[in-house]
Design a protein around this ligand. Structure first.
Ligand SMILES: C[C@H](N[C@H](C(=O)O)[C@@H]1CCCN1C(=O)[C@@H](N)CC(=O)O)C(=O)N1CCC[C@H]1C(=O)O
Ligand SMILES: [Zn+2]
Length: 592
């Protein structure tokens, strides 16, 4: 909605009005949200520019495609793969191929399944050439306008505006403290996975004591490592909870996956998906048009229309994502009777946690067996460790990525990071916090953060870090309500109406109360703070196992040991470059 200057003046008068002195807390709370206009506070022309930039960046990301990797065509005389050749313009200035491969499902699946470092390195770089690099300048202008809008709302920059969603002072410090408590467990997992990747690829590809090259972790952003489970599973041959094959053998369709997820919610006495959901959701990639394939959930704010858009593949990973997206819809449904301004998550991390909490139960070997996706499941120690390890490849591996994405953006918004070190700062964080390195040299010509959906789409990310902590607090409390006894990681709240009632009581509040109060409701008053104890308890047995396995390994990484795989520059390009330089020099001398 575009505000006329008259409206804006009137609104500014109203917002300065003494609503802060209203006696009714709920009304005061409503005004505290209503008076934050966000980007609508911008003058009309700048608002138009901002939304235009956002649309262009999202479109670039969603239609980006790359060329096929064709090792045969790109061999140097030495036999090495001539890596740069893919990016060299041919004589008619065309890239040496026709880009045909989109991120979903092609590149996602290739990053998950390829075990060829050359191919993975090509895919990793080609995606960043196609999706990140082209939006670097647009993003810088977008940041300027976002900061201008934030200041018009009384914030110092867009980062402070984003953090205000958490309604506590010192949220930044809180997140830092949580990460410091979780980092040792991450480093244990990192050390073990690195050792396994050294076994698989050798030390000339993976430095035994350095960071892990980012293209070898089964994911385009190395944000979760579940796709390298086959190379790293602690006890091969014992029960593995990757049920992708079972889903396919049993003929699961995307719709069947959605129905399976819905049944978990209704087994708790929670809301079924409304009729319109099944009529209007897009759960498979259409063949007749380009769509934004990145999975998302939508509340159309009329109490009836809720939809998921997802290019669903029949894999375990997509089954978990289906629970995640349906968790958003469940939350939307539970607070639909709140006043409009309160129809939101208690904080953004709560919204991200709902579906994941149910998936923690749905992913247990026992539960997978009960729905026929796993055969015989034993209660052996090895099965436990295999399960916890698979969960850690998703939940623990993710923590540094969930943490650093907005560390980087908050610094860009505050001006600590500028166009002179935009990409370098990203890799400082990736190296320092996550212990991953780029497989090819990076410069300020590149814009690697732009190759991750949430940056062009301008969706904050620390919500996922908060979710990965708080979902285990939810899990622990719901398991208590369900009467679970035994280790937390074996808990399955399936069909527990008591757990469902507790979850309903917390989620129905929406944003009508501060999230700290919602946490009090969840824990019957025991705490109102984010707490890493439940996630550390859940992974306790694995941590002990990792520490024993990692004896003799360096825990952590020497940052100067990043092996940047030498990109085999084709001689031609080097010669061309030299010749051009000489011509330029001769011309310069001639002109002077
Ligand atoms: C796959 C998932 N898609 C997001 C999500 O579901 O959060 C989408 C895109 C951005 C926001 N969004 C929404 O659907 C919102 N409308 C939900 C809401 O606010 O109600 C996603 O991006 N994830 C999941 C794990 C980590 C992260 C990633 O994949 O990096
Ligand atoms: Zn989400």
């Amino acid at each position: 909605m575009i505000w006329s200057d008259f409206h804006r003046t009137k609104w500014n008068e109203a917002t300065n009005f003494a609503w802060k002195n209203f006696t009714t807390p709920t009304v005061r709370r409503m005004f505290s949200f209503l008076t934050v206009l966000g980007k609508a506070a911008l003058p009309r022309d700048k608002l138009k520019e901002l939304t235009g930039l956002l649309q262009e960046m999202k479109t670039t990301y969603s239609v980006a495609k790359i060329c096929r990797y064709d090792a045969r065509l790109r061999r140097l005389p030495s036999g090495d793969y001539d890596y740069d050749a893919e990016f060299e313009a041919d004589d008619d200035n065309q890239i040496g191929c026709i880009p045909t491969l989109p991120l979903e499902p092609h590149l996602t699946q290739m990053m998950a399944n390829s075990r060829d470092p050359d191919e993975l390195r090509y895919l990793w770089r080609a995606w960043r050439e196609a999706a990140g690099k082209p939006i670097r300048q647009k993003y810088l202008r977008f940041v300027e306008l976002s900061n201008e809008a934030a200041r018009l709302n009384g914030f110092s920059d867009a980062g402070e505006y984003w953090r205000s969603d958490y309604e506590i002072d010192g949220f930044r410090e809180e997140v830092e403290e949580l990460w410091q408590k979780l980092s040792p467990l991450y480093q244990q997992l990192h050390a073990y996975v690195r050792a396994k990747l050294v076994e698989k690829y050798g030390e000339e590809v993976v430095p035994r004591r350095g960071p892990i090259p980012a293209h070898l972790l089964g994911n385009m952003w190395a944000q979760t490592w579940t796709n390298v489970l086959d190379m790293t599973i602690p006890y091969p041959g014992r029960t593995s909870v990757d049920v992708t094959n079972a889903l396919r053998i049993q003929g699961y369709s995307p719709l069947a996956m959605f129905r399976l997820a819905e049944e978990f919610f209704t087994s708790l006495g929670l809301e079924p998906m409304p009729q319109t959901f099944w009529q209007r959701s897009m759960i498979q990639k259409p063949t007749d048009r380009e769509v934004v394939c990145h999975a998302s959930a939508w509340d159309f704010c009329n109490g009836r229309d809720y939809r998921i858009k997802q290019c669903t593949e029949v894999t375990m990973e997509h089954l978990v994502t289906t629970h995640h997206e349906m968790g958003h819809i469940q939350y939307d449904l539970l607070y639909r009777n709140q006043p409009f301004i309160f129809r939101d998550g208690a904080n953004p991390g709560f919204h991200e946690a709902v579906g994941d909490v149910l998936a923690l139960s749905a992913s247990t070997p026992r539960h997978l067996q009960s729905v026929g996706l796993l055969g015989n499941v034993d209660d052996s120690y090895e099965t436990d460790i295999n399960f916890l390890f698979a969960m850690a490849l998703d939940k623990i591996a993710f923590l540094p990525f969930g943490y650093l994405m907005d560390q980087w953006r908050w610094e860009v918004f505050s001006g600590d990071t500028t166009s002179s070190n935009l990409n370098n700062r990203w890799w400082e964080l990736r190296l320092g916090v996550q212990g991953v390195s780029p497989p090819v040299p990076r410069t300020e010509e590149d814009f690697d953060p732009g190759a991750k959906f949430h940056v062009p789409a301008n969706v904050p990310y620390v919500r996922y870090f908060v979710s990965f902590v708080v979902q285990f607090q939810f899990h622990a409390e719901l398991c208590k309500a369900a009467g679970h006894e035994g280790p937390l990681h074996r808990c399955d709240i399936y069909r527990s109406v008591k757990a469902g009632r507790l979850l309903r009581n917390v989620l129905s509040l929406g944003k009508s109360r501060p999230w700290t109060e919602a946490l009090s409701v969840l824990t019957s008053g025991r705490t109102n703070k984010l707490d890493v104890e439940p996630i550390l308890e859940y992974f306790g047995p694995l941590r002990t196992w990792l520490e024993s396995q990692n004896r003799g390994e360096l825990i952590g990484w020497r940052e100067n040991e990043a092996i940047v795989l030498q990109v085999t520059r084709s001689n031609a390009s080097l010669i061309t470059g030299a010749v051009l330089a000489v011509i330029a020099l001769v011309l310069l001398v001639a002109l002077v």
